[in-house]
Write a new protein. Structure first.
Length: 254
């Protein structure tokens, strides 16, 4: 048992040490912290930022925007996925628009929504818009997964719509929905922080990334980026754990 845990730990640690060593080597090779600061300089800069109240205010504001946007996107994806699966007319009407949202450049939506909404609201809307199509598509795939034979058997046993939804569609759709939620979280963070960089709300990690770039503070730029990555991994890990506990088993990726 201990050997298995040790092997798992080594598998997790080895890639991290490899990329950290590559970072150190590249930073020394470049020799210019303005172009590529080393891990030690970035971590010391991050430690200094963490000692300020402003750091936590910026982090909390971004966390709130991204998480709330992701939740709205998940809700919209579930509602639209169920609606377009159930109604052929809604599918014909809404599916092209949802696919356009998924395919269009996120920066176009950021600049357009900035004309209509305040800078604090744009990251929330953008995060929701990027999450919704992924959840929508995965849920539709899950709802379409039960075979025709199973549905015909349900009709032969005179199962009503609610019982079919509970015992056939819901178990089939849950693994796909879980996969869609986990896949979309990274998009929520990327798009939400990108919106903050362009909209520069008063309190936001994206705003600090923009100012770090503007004033050529490369270690601060790396530090804020590292903070975004760590927060993203923490939130994804918590949601992964919650989904695993909720469904009572490991992940079944669609």
């Amino acid at each position: 048992m201990r050997s298995k845990r040790l092997k798992k730990f080594i598998r997790l640690l080895a890639p991290a040490l490899f990329w950290l060593g590559l970072w150190v080597f590249a930073a020394r090779l470049v020799g210019q912290p303005l172009l590529l600061p080393g891990p030690k300089l970035v971590l010391s800069t991050l430690w200094g930022l963490m000692g300020t109240a402003a750091f936590w205010r910026h982090a909390a504001a971004t966390l709130w925007r991204v998480v709330s946007g992701a939740l709205w996107g998940i809700l919209a994806g579930v509602v639209l996925g169920a609606a377009t699966h159930t109604s052929r007319a809604l599918d014909v009407l809404l599916s092209p628009a949802i696919r356009v949202i998924r395919a269009a450049p996120v920066v176009s939506f950021i600049l357009l929504i900035l004309l209509w909404a305040g800078s604090d609201k744009v990251p929330v809307i953008i995060s929701a818009m990027m999450v919704m199509p992924v959840v929508w598509e995965n849920l539709r795939a899950g709802l379409a997964s039960p075979g025709r034979e199973l549905l015909e058997m349900a009709r032969s046993y005179d199962m009503g719509p609610l019982r079919r939804a509970r015992f056939i569609y819901l178990p089939a759709a849950l693994p796909y929905l879980k996969s869609g939620i986990l896949s979309s979280l990274g998009l929520a963070w990327k798009s939400g922080v990108a919106a903050e960089v362009l909209c520069t709300p008063r309190r936001a990690m994206g705003t600090q990334i923009f100012y770090a770039k503007l004033y050529l503070e490369t270690p601060a730029l790396f530090s804020w980026t590292l903070t975004v990555v760590v927060l993203s991994l923490i939130i994804e890990g918590l949601i992964r754990f919650a989904l695993r506990k909720k469904t009572g088993g490991g992940e079944n990726e669609a």
